[in-house]
Every structure is written in structure tokens, then in C-alpha cells.
Design a protein around this ligand. Structure first.
Ligand code: F0G
Length: 487
């Protein structure tokens, strides 16, 4: 008898209910504050969800960075950490885990992903260089530009389409790559950067086939490949799901294969191994030696790199767990569920569902808010006010100004609702979906934002904004009318 026909709950296919393959053993109390308090909190936070205090947040969907749930094995490993400035045994465990999972011999520890970007950019990028990539990440771009480089994004056209059925929207366009090399010459291109589960376009993966093609072009011109592996686990999971050749390949082999195309692999451990910290690894002694001396200068001695030994222990265990399908599929399966449910309610979201979070298309959700009034930021603030759920703006606020002081409008205006691994339950997810739906039905009440305090670098972190008129008060009035005293 077909199990799926007899079961009243569908765990597989289009309307699949994600199942938690873990049990909750330690919990943290959450607070759902009354709507007026949330309005007050977002006002004090300059309408920037980065500036909220988590005591005022119900579901913290800002990021998966440093917020994935740790496993019992990770937590217990921390008790075995070997305190030492130099030569800590914890470091050698991590080195061994990296050899096993990424297949790389040499490792440079750093305090987090952007520190790796600093080192790689300082060593390999010189003024006037061009760095082709599938898509930038905010800190990546900042470090590369700081060193005089110019990033060029060479995604396929499908990559920036909100609604798509393409399984690999993070792929590089090979023709554009070839043209770029012939226009600028290989000597101007220190490396090609590939970002796994391309963050800013909705956590979209690339395929092994695409990596093979990029590698072939890179080899023809003697150009290095640098892989940002911060979200490599999820990318490997999508390869297994979506690339026929790999449907029976163990994740461990897919991860190794992905890393084998890269001369340098760097990562944020805050994501890939559910801890803190990061690293840079390579099989080339020459590349290793080129970068090595910057580690004691910026990070710390070579066997801790700015991390605590406890974090290093947990990182070693977390890296091994990244080869476990039940671990890396957890976040994507909740994201897929949320994306499917929002689509059923006609709410514009990025498809196919990707890694890291559910991405709402704020440009079409709030089509009446001009892009210069930051629709994604406004949507993030509005959702917080009416639900206590905190997402992250990934749009023009996360962009920069040009030399004339004008906003460089982002390709996409996204509200990212992150699903850190094994943190939220299905009922919390349903609460979120319900509130997003209410907001969509009342979207006409949401207006734009303007900057009142704007830092010059990475302004989205600390910038303060204000609503262009009194729309937040009107939104709260409608909320109270519909929800009464309920939170
Ligand atoms: N690369 C990618 C692809 C990232 O997503 C991040 C961080 C970094 C590098 C930088 O790593 O934070 O450890 O310094 N992404 C976080 C996010 C901040 O919320 O998406 P880090």
C-alpha cells in the first residue's frame, strides 16, 4: 500500500510538511510584546531592524549567522577545549575536520567570514583589478573595493528573475565570463569568485556542471577560483535534489567535489558549522604562505585566529555535521514550505525556494512605494510592527551611493526572513505566514522610509531612518481593529 495515499499528512512533494529530525532539549523564552510597544521599539531603532533589542523581538529571522541551533555534540565538545595560545589540540581537530569535509590541506583560522575576505582581498587584489563573480555579498564587495578592485556580476539572466523554475539561479554565465576575460585580459583578473547558495539573490545555488565550465575557462587563462563556502552545505543539498547526475551521491562527496574546483575556499563558520569564526583553506602551500602572515596581524596566532578554543571545538563537530543531510536540509525544507504557502496566497516571493531564508519581493509587495523610499526596509519595519518577527532588508538600503550622492538602486528589493537551522517550529512558521498574509491584504497602508543618519560604509547596519509620513500609526490602528487585544 502506498504510504502517501494512506497518510492524512503529506510529508513529501509539493505541499510537503517539513518534519523536524531532532528534538528540542534546551529552550529560550520568547516575548511577543503588544503592538504599541513594537511601534515604539522600531521608532527607537531608527526603523532599522538591525537596531532592535532582541527583548522586543518574537521570531528573530534577521539572519542565520551565528544563530543556527547547536547540536548536543557541539555543545559537549566545547567542554573538551584545549586552552592554549599556540598549538591548541582543538585547532588540530578543526584542521582534521576541514581536511575531511573540504579536502584542503592548509587552513588559516579567522574570526569570521569577512576577515577571510579582508585577507584574500589584501593579498590578491590590486588597484584596477576586475573580480568576476556570480553575485556579490555586502562585506565581500566592501573589502574588494577597499583594495581597489571592481566586482563584476555575471549571473545568467535567470538569476535576477523573481519568479523562475530554474534550479540553479546562482550559475555564472559562461559567455559573459569569456567576454570579460577577453576584454580586460587575464592579468587584470586575480580570481573568479563563486558564492555558494548566492545570498543576495535569494539563497540560490549553482550546479556542478556550471562549476566545471567555470573551471575550464579559468584553467585556459590561468585564473584562480575562490569559493565562498559560507552556505556550501545547502548548495550541496540542492545539487543532490536538482542535478540528476548527483541524486545518489553522498553529500560528503558533493562537498569535496565542489571544493576541488577552487584554489581557495573561505567561509563564515557562523553559517556553515553553526558556531562562530571562519577560515581560509587551500591545497597550495604557495597560496597559504602568501596569506599566512596577515593572520597574526589581524586575527590572532595561527592556531586560533581570533576564535575561542571552545568555538573551534564546536566548529570541528559542526563541519562534520554539515555532511549530514538531516542537518543541512532542515532550513531549506522550512523555507520551501513557507515559500509554497505564501505563493498560495499570491504573495510575491523568490522562486524556486533557496537557502538561508524566504525572500519576499518588496518591490511588488509594496509596488506603490518608490524604490528611493526603500520598499524592502519599509516592509521589514511594517512586518516587525504587526508581528514581532524581525527580517532583514536586502535592497537599496544595503546598497551604496554613487559619486553624485545618488542611491545606487539595488537589482532587487527583498525582505529576507531567515530560517536558522533547527530554531523555529512549524507553528511559529505558520504564525509568520499568517501575519505576512494580513500585511499583504493591508499593504496599501505601508509607506516609505527616508534616512536621518547615514554612515558612509555598510550603512544598512547602523543607519537610522524615519517613515515618510504617519503610516506606521495608521497600520497599528488597523491592526488593533482586526486583532483586538490579541498580540
Ligand atoms: N559571505 C557570505 C556569502 C555571507 O553570507 C556572509 C555573511 C559573509 C561572507 C561574511 O561572513 O558575517 O562571518 O563575517 N552573511 C551574514 C548574513 C552576515 O546575514 O547573511 P561573516
Amino acid at each position: 500500500m502506498n504510504h502517501q495515499e494512506t497518510s492524512s499528512i503529506n510529508f513529501f512533494g509539493e505541499d510537503a510538511i517539513p518534519v523536524e529530525l531532532h528534538k528540542v532539549r534546551i529552550v529560550q523564552k520568547l516575548h511577543l510584546r503588544p503592538v504599541e510597544e513594537r511601534l515604539d521599539a522600531i521608532g527607537k531603532g531608527g526603523y532599522n531592524t538591525f537596531l532592535l533589542n532582541t527583548k522586543d523581538v518574537f521570531l528573530d529571522m534577521l539572519t542565520d549567522s551565528g544563530t543556527n541551533a547547536m547540536s548536543d555534540n557541539q555543545v559537549s565538545s566545547m567542554l573538551k577545549a584545549d586552552d592554549a595560545y599556540a598549538g591548541s589540540q582543538s585547532f588540530y581537530k578543526m584542521e582534521q575536520a576541514l581536511k575531511e569535509v573540504f579536502g584542503k590541506e592548509y587552513i588559516l583560522p579567522v574570526h569570521q567570514g569577512r576577515a577571510a575576505e579582508n585577507v584574500v582581498s589584501q593579498i590578491f587584489i590590486k588597484k584596477g583589478d576586475i573580480i568576476p563573480m556570480n553575485y556579490h555579498f555586502t562585506t565581500t564587495k566592501a573589502h574588494m573595493e577597499l583594495n581597489g578592485g571592481k566586482i563584476v556580476e555575471i549571473l545568467t539572466a535567470e538569476g535576477l528573475r523573481i519568479k523562475s523554475k530554474h534550479p540553479f539561479k546562482g550559475n555564472i554565465d559562461i559567455d559573459q565570463l569569456k567576454t570579460l576575460i577577453s576584454n580586460h585580459g587575464a592579468s587584470k583578473i586575480p580570481f573568479i569568485r563563486l558564492e555558494a547558495s548566492t545570498n543576495l539573490i535569494g539563497g540560490q545555488p549553482f550546479s556542478i556542471q556550471n562549476m566545471r565550465e567555470v573551471k575550464q575557462v579559468a584553467d585556459e587563462h590561468g585564473i584562480m577560483i575562490v569559493l565562498d563556502a559560507s552556505l556550501i552545505g545547502e548548495n550541496a543539498w540542492f545539487i543532490k535534489q536538482r542535478e540528476a547526475e548527483f541524486k545518489n551521491t553522498p553529500i560528503k562527496e558533493i562537498l569535496r567535489l565542489m571544493c576541488s574546483f577552487a584554489d581557495i575556499v573561505y567561509f563564515s563558520s557562523r553559517k556553515v558549522s553553526s558556531t562562530r569564526g571562519g577560515g581560509i583553506c587551500t591545497n597550495s602551500k604557495e597560496l597559504f604562505l602568501k596569506m599566512r602572515d596577515l593572520i597574526p596581524l589581524y586575527e590572532g596566532f595561527l592556531t586560533y585566529g581570533g576564535m575561542s578554543v571552545r568555538e573551534i571545538e564546536a566548529m570541528a563537530v559542526g563541519l562534520m555535521e554539515t555532511t549530514d543531510e538531516t542537518v543541512i536540509s532542515q532550513s531549506p525544507s522550512f523555507i520551501e514550505y513557507t515559500v509554497n504557502e505564501l505563493e498560495k496566497r499570491n504573495i510575491p516571493v523568490i522562486t524556486p525556494a533557496g537557502a538561508l531564508g524566504c525572500h519576499i519581493d518588496a518591490m511588488s509587495f509594496l509596488s506603490h512605494v518608490p524604490q528611493k523610499e526603500y520598499p524592502a526596509g519599509a516592509l521589514a519595519a511594517a512586518l516587525y510592527i504587526i508581528s514581532g518577527c524581525r527580517g532583514m532588508e536586502r535592497g537599496t538600503i544595503s546598497s551604496v551611493r554613487d559619486e553624485n550622492g545618488e542611491d545606487v538602486l539595488a537589482d532587487m528589493e527583498l525582505l529576507r526572513l531567515a530560517f536558522p537551522r533547527r530554531v523555529f517550529t512549524l507553528s511559529q512558521t505558520k504564525f509568520l505566514i499568517d501575519r505576512v498574509h494580513w500585511l499583504y491584504e493591508n499593504r496599501g497602508l505601508v509607506g516609505g522610509l527616508k534616512f536621518v543618519e547615514e554612515p558612509e560604509v555598510l550603512r544598512f547596519f547602523m543607519g537610522r531612518l524615519a517613515p515618510v509620513n504617519d503610516w506606521p500609526q495608521k497600520l497599528v490602528e488597523k491592526f488593533k481593529k482586526d486583532f483586538g487585544n490579541s498580540l
